[in-house]
Design a protein around this ligand. Structure first.
Ligand code: AMP
Ligand code: DBH
Length: 541
């Protein structure tokens, strides 16, 4: 058993079992069952490669055996940084089958993030592709190994150079350790709001429940074809219903390497894709591209948009332009996912972020004092339920703040509920920038900025952006007036920070505006930059 993972109190676990949310399934068992049910039907398509359910199950067995032989044991952590390639599934299911835990890093993470994940989770192995999207992950692995000599294995899908090749690990099947449905299956990442990302322990029981309900709501079945456009390690394309929900339902997953209309539109026609998931900026690109060209997108039934707020103006265009039903998705790796239903009215689909997927999701909307607001008023969303965690991994102090005494997760999102029970996201109480679905914790970036000798103080805030919704702006009080934006950006990149966290804009300032109690007023800084942008925009017109 993995320690330092808060879990559901006994009476809740009993209730969720009794109500048949948790049905005692594991990922290893689920794949075995699907292989028996669907055999030679295709589970995964990637380019010309097709993998059937039976084949996936078999390869999983072989790889699981190889991982055990390598010395990877039940409850060990393994940082998995794989893009949308078939090996992602073989690796994850093999780890699930032996009860080892993938830690889901994103392809965009760099030395800083990966070293932290490896160190914090005491990972025994790190699994990467050779090269992907013009980046050589073996370079990254070398940097990580230098920093963490204790990391035992680096395993490469592709040309391994000095590391271990994934292909050599496939070995004769053995018997595998017992894995309990109540065990933690993997660690997912939170977008983070205080410093470094927190790690989210999800159990087989709770995650598989969320897959089942998600697949039901999206009406997935054996004929469904899900196009994976976003990086599948992310919770949204992984589980809402994502690639795992599609496999749960016996459908087919088609892996795309990116979201450009050039690649995806022809894939939709070729593979007869029925459903896909985008973030708002990509949805905007698709809407414009579809109007400008004549691809056959008629197989597409559902377009999911989530990860950041989708504007009603853009939402309104989806059906007329793409000819499919829009589904808004408002979720979080910590658990709770809201969906608009496929048969909801246009009004609801366009103007709301949906409603909780499970009847057992409990929602509270509260003011600054923790008191419930009046119906229809805006407040912070708190939630508890059969697939929402009760605490982060190894984060006792943070958990005391991020969860209420009675186990509700404080989402940090400001929402209001319509009389129909649908949620509208109105803003954010947490110190985070949502860059078109990519979350940046202000404090993490500030800490890096403060490490620069010419930076006296730093505050990172969001600024409005037509395309991404928000971008990041770093306000810096310099010790040295010659400090340039370029220098700051290079400094952060050299520290191994993922590119999406590097501030889009740097503003030098003499002092920060303050709140009544003398804290930096980020609200005031956001206002200053928003007005400045508006003024320059006007002079340009
Ligand atoms: P993460 O912590 O990375 O799992 O990100 C979850 C957060 O993304 C939520 O708490 C929201 O702040 C944001 N989010 C996700 N989906 C939506 C959406 N449809 N509209 C607005 N915000 C969203
Ligand atoms: O942004 C997210 O983290 C998210 C969005 C939609 C998510 O985790 C999800 C659905 O499951």
């Amino acid at each position: 058993m993995l320690t330092k993972c808060p879990t559901w109190p006994k009476e809740f676990a009993e209730k969720y079992r009794k109500m048949e949310c948790w049905r005692g399934e594991t990922f290893g068992g689920m794949l075995r069952e699907r292989a028996q049910q669907y055999g030679s039907q295709i589970a995964i398509t990637c380019g010309e490669t097709q993998i059937s359910y039976k084949e996936l199950d078999m390869k999983t067995d072989l790889l699981a055996a190889g991982l055990l032989k390598l010395g990877i044991k039940k409850a060990d952590r393994v940082v998995v940084q794989l893009p949308n390639i078939p090996e992602f599934f073989e690796v994850c299911f093999a780890l699930f089958r032996i009860g080892a835990l993938p830690v889901f890093a994103l392809p965009s993470h760099r030395q800083n993030e990966i070293s932290y994940f490896c160190e914090f989770t005491e990972a025994v192995a790190y699994i990467i592709p050779d090269r992907y999207a013009g980046f050589d992950y073996r370079h990254l692995a070398r940097d990580v190994c230098q920093k963490l000599p204790s990391l035992r294995h680096v395993i490469v899908a592709g040309d391994p150079e000095e590391f271990q090749p994934l292909t050599r690990l496939y070995d004769d099947p053995v018997s595998y350790p017992d894995v309990s449905p109540a065990d933690v299956a993997f660690l997912q990442l939170s977008g983070g709001s205080t410093g470094l990302s927190k790690l989210i322990p999800r159990t087989h029981d709770d995650y598989i429940y969320s897959l089942r309900i998600s697949a039901e709501i999206c009406q997935l079945d054996q004929d469904s074809v899900y196009l994976a456009v976003l990086p599948i390690a992310h919770n949204y394309p992984l589980s809402s219903p994502g690639v795992l929900g599609t496999l749960y339902a016996g459908g087919r997953v088609v892996l795309a390497q990116g979201g450009s209309p050039d690649e995806t539109f022809s894939l939709i026609a070729k593979e007869q894709v029925t459903i896909t998931a985008l973030v708002p900026p990509l949805a905007l690109i698709w809407l414009d591209a579809a109007q400008a060209r004549r691809n056959d997108l008629s197989s597409l039934e559902v377009l999911q948009v989530g990860g950041a707020k989708f504007s009603a103006e853009a939402a309104r265009r989806v059906k007329p332009v793409l000819g499919c039903t829009l589904q808004q998705v408002y979720g979080m790796a910590e658990g709770l996912v809201n969906y608009t239903r496929l048969d909801d009215s246009e009004e609801i689909i366009i103007h709301t972020q949906g409603r909780p997927m499970s009847p057992f999701d409990e929602i509270r909307i509260v003011d600054e004092n923790g008191c419930e607001v009046k119906p229809g008023q805006t407040g912070e969303l708190l939630t508890r339920g059969p697939y929402t965690i009760r605490g982060y991994y190894k984060a006792e102090e943070h958990n005391a703040k991020a969860f209420t005494q009675d186990g509700f997760y404080r989402t940090g999102d400001l929402v209001r509920m319509t009389s129909s029970g649908h949620v509208i996201v109105e803003g954010r109480a947490k110190d985070q920038i949502n860059r078109g679905g990519e979350k940046v914790a202000a404090e993490e970036v500030e800490n890096h900025l403060l490490a620069h000798p010419a930076v006296h103080d730093a505050a990172v805030v969001s600024m409005p952006d037509e395309f991404l919704g928000e971008r990041s702006c770093a306000y810096i009080i310099p010790r040295d007036q010659t400090l340039t934006t370029m220098e700051i950006k290079t400094f952060l990149r050299d520290r191994g920070l993922a590119t999406y966290k590097i501030p889009d804009r740097v503003e030098l300032i003499d002092s920060f505006p303050q709140t009544g109690v003398g804290k930096v007023s980020k609200k005031a800084l956001r206002k200053v930059i928003a007005e400045k942008l508006k003024a320059t925009h006007k002079t340009k017109m």
